[in-house]
Design a protein around this ligand. Structure first.
Ligand code: PLP
Length: 439
């Protein structure tokens, strides 16, 4: 007998509407934490936000985009750009994306994995993640995530009533032994039949900055396969590579797609938001054919296609070399901003605080001593706010795992959007608050 605990239907305050007027999903969907953080920034213009997931304003490619849009609108495809398109996305962009991905992975020749036919263009990778979750999960199903993970994705899971377990992170990606013990436990209790996939942010992970090594990828995929008989269905691996191209040191790591056996198990998603312009919000997902069909139908219901104008803009940026030129400059910019934050951390943070040194992405992840809390209601957070500084409390990035307490002594510090002067000043103020609390 397999006992599945009932799905928790949270009754969230929903203004003065009677909750029975709403769907369960409507009731489960809380105000996104990110919205609260953004509102705090808007309400206090002096606030130094090291929390925002925004990218660097100054380097947004305004001139390039103006030129590319002009080209799009002067081309024979201009009318198509302003017309509805296909649900799957424009073929040239799907082809360019598949080729780019294959090249990034160092894979040559004809490979079915990188077929544009299995690549769906979406409104940012966020939309892809949402639709994929709808395609694969029912309320009560289980998804495994990194501990910590991308907190906006956690909110999608919560609002769909999906249960989560965290897999501990080590320096080179998830702790494979821990993954194995989680899988064994799920098998023992029979809950493995509700397990749908493992979601990993494999490059410069948001929030920890960690990149998953290729060896870890191989082991993780192998391990999931081992438990499929017990699950009674495939256990997919979802690779979110949102930050892959924002690398400013070290070598790229090949994706899960290059592994044997990935063809029918790996779902890969990434985005043109971060490396080009977050306001454009063009992303994509590459998946095995049966999943592709289902997600494409859901996309049909969502919006029957991403904006053609924006797709043509990105396709032109890729084909003309503007995209790569911009990316080269952007990487230098983030490398510099990361150094500015690193230097400020060394100068102002107490010795007891530890942090990673990112080689890509947008964030530092700092751990304070266990007796200091970083959560939204903590003294640290309140004092930081009183000093007009905002960070992302680490606790937000941990899923609701029944098997452990959510850690509350970490914070995500982003150098993406803040100016260099604000990075220095923000870290200085945070350092002074931390010194008071620790010493
Ligand atoms: C890990 C991760 N995945 C996906 C996304 C979604 O990005 P977009 O929808 O702009 O492609 C983000 C955005 O911050 C992210 O951090």
């Amino acid at each position: 007998l397999i006992l599945i605990p009932p799905v928790l239907v949270l009754s969230l305050p929903v203004g003065n509407i009677k909750s029975s007027a709403l769907s369960q999903l409507g009731r489960r969907t809380a105000e996104p934490a990110i919205a609260e953080l953004m509102n705090a920034v808007l309400a206090r213009p002096h606030l130094i936000s090291l929390a925002a997931g925004f990218t660097d304003n100054e380097s947004l490619p305004v001139a390039r985009t103006r030129q590319l849009l002009e080209e799009v609108l002067c081309s024979p495809q201009a009318q198509g750009a302003l017309q509805y398109g296909t649900t799957l996305g424009e073929l040239p962009l799907r082809q360019l994306t598949a080729e780019r991905l294959q090249k990034l992975d160092g894979s040559r020749g004809k490979s079915g994995v990188y077929a544009p036919e299995n690549l769906l263009i979406t409104h940012g990778s966020q939309q892809f993640l949402y639709m994929l979750t709808e395609a694969l999960c029912d309320p009560g199903d289980i998804v495994l995530v990194e501990d910590p993970t991308y907190f906006v994705y956690l909110e999608i899971l919560i609002s769909h009533g999906i249960r989560t377990h965290g897999v501990r992170l080590k320096e080179t990606g998830i702790d494979i032994e821990h993954l194995e013990s989680v899988l064994k436990r799920l098998k023992r209790t029979g809950e493995i039949r509700r397990l749908k996939y493992l979601y990993l942010v494999t490059y410069f992970q948001n929030p920890s900055g960690i990149t998953t090594s290729f060896e870890k990828k191989r082991e993780a995929l192998k391990l999931l396969k081992r438990f499929e008989r017990a699950a009674g269905h495939p256990i997919y691996l979802v690779e979110d590579a949102a930050y892959r191209e924002l690398r400013f040191a070290g070598d790229d790591v090949k994706s899960f797609l290059t592994l044997k056996g990935s063809e029918d198990r790996v779902i890969y998603t990434s985005t043109y938001s971060k490396p080009f312009a977050t306001g454009v919000r063009v992303g994509f997902g590459l998946m095995p054919e049966p999943i592709f069909k289902v997600v494409a139908r859901i996309k049909g219901n969502h919006d029957f296609g991403t904006s053609n104008l924006l797709q043509q803009l990105i396709a032109r940026a890729l084909a003309s070399g503007h995209y790569d030129d911009h990316l080269t400059a952007l990487r230098k910019r983030y490398a510099h901003k990361a150094r500015v934050m690193g230097d400020a951390l060394t100068e102002h943070f107490p010795m007891e605080v530890k942090w990673n040194t990112p080689t890509g992405g947008l964030n530092y992840w700092a751990r304070v001593p266990a007796n200091v809390r970083t959560g939204a209601k903590s003294k640290l957070s309140q004092l930081a706010l009183a000093n007009d500084v905002l960070y992302v409390p680490g606790q937000l990035c941990y899923c609701n795992d029944p098997d452990r307490k959510r850690p509350d002594n970490e914070m995500r510090l982003s150098y993406g959007n803040a100016s260099e002067a604000n990075i220095r000043e923000g870290i200085k103020r945070l350092g002074s608050v931390l010194n008071k609390l620790i010493h």
